[in-house]
Design a protein around this ligand. Structure first.
Ligand code: HEC
Length: 207
């Protein structure tokens, strides 16, 4: 069965998971930005503003040398939207406009035979995910998912994050969970509409 040894350990509660998650986001992202900013001080590039000698092209503030921590925080907030392919933009629009919450709820509560890291198994989304709370079960509780989905991968819109959580779970593993638990085969058994519906459903939970 699916990595039972790993789930047997007490599952951390959602607050801890969130804290860790935010922590790792804040630490990893800004470090890169700060490094860029510092590098930019010594390697001047053509500047868009009034300080032509030292302003890096994409510095989050005008002064790359100010307080690194403060700058890091601003950089996280100001993460630019990522560039999306046409297909990705379509996924987002279809989830927003044509995802059926009612149908998604039915899918969420239906048992499917689906490929997992350890072969075919019968699962419902609902077996692993709570929908009325953020309490961790086998997988994260999804109640407030819409509030955090957009911040999971910096710059990635919430709908796309959820789309990939279902179709390519390994693309982002929620901090504190093992990576082989969420079934990997949903894109083989779901139609595109199924995925849009179930994504619309999980994003609607606290609305
Ligand atoms: C066997 C248990 C299991 C099943 C069945 C399962 N998941 Fe998951 N899911 C997980 C685990 C564990 C994670 C966290 C690890 C990861 O990110 O892959 C997760 C992560 C997620 C996330 C990301 C949550 C977050 O907080 O970022 C979403 C969304 C999700 N699952 C939706 C679904 C949907 C929709 C289905 C049904 C189509 C489903 N899951 C079926 C175990 C499961």
């Amino acid at each position: 069965m699916v990595a039972c040894g790993t789930i047997a350990t007490p599952v951390p509660n959602m607050e801890t998971l969130e804290a860790r998650n935010q922590h790792s986001d804040v630490v990893t992202e800004p470090t890169g930005v700060v490094a860029v900013a510092q590098q930019a001080t010594s390697t001047p590039t053509p500047a868009p503003t009034s300080t032509p000698t030292s302003t890096p092209t994409e510095a989050p503030t005008v002064e790359p040398t100010v307080e690194p921590t403060q700058e890091a925080t601003e950089a996280v907030v100001a993460v630019p939207a990522m560039e999306l392919s046409m297909e990705e933009e379509q996924h987002i629009i279809f989830i927003q406009e044509f995802g059926s919450v009612a149908r998604g709820q039915t899918i969420f509560n239906t048992t499917y035979e689906v490929n997992t890291a350890s072969g075919l198994a019968e699962w419902k989304c609902a077996t692993c995910h709570a929908v009325d709370s953020d309490v961790a079960g086998v997988g994260p509780g999804l109640y407030s998912l819409s509030d955090r989905a957009g911040g999971r991968i910096p710059g990635m819109p919430a709908e796309l994050y959820v789309y990939y959580s279902i179709t390519i779970p390994a693309q982002h593993i929620v901090s504190g969970y093992p990576e082989n638990l969420m079934p990997i085969g949903y894109s083989q058994i779901f139609s595109p509409q199924d995925i849009y519906d179930v994504a619309a459903y999980v994003l609607s939970l606290n609305k």
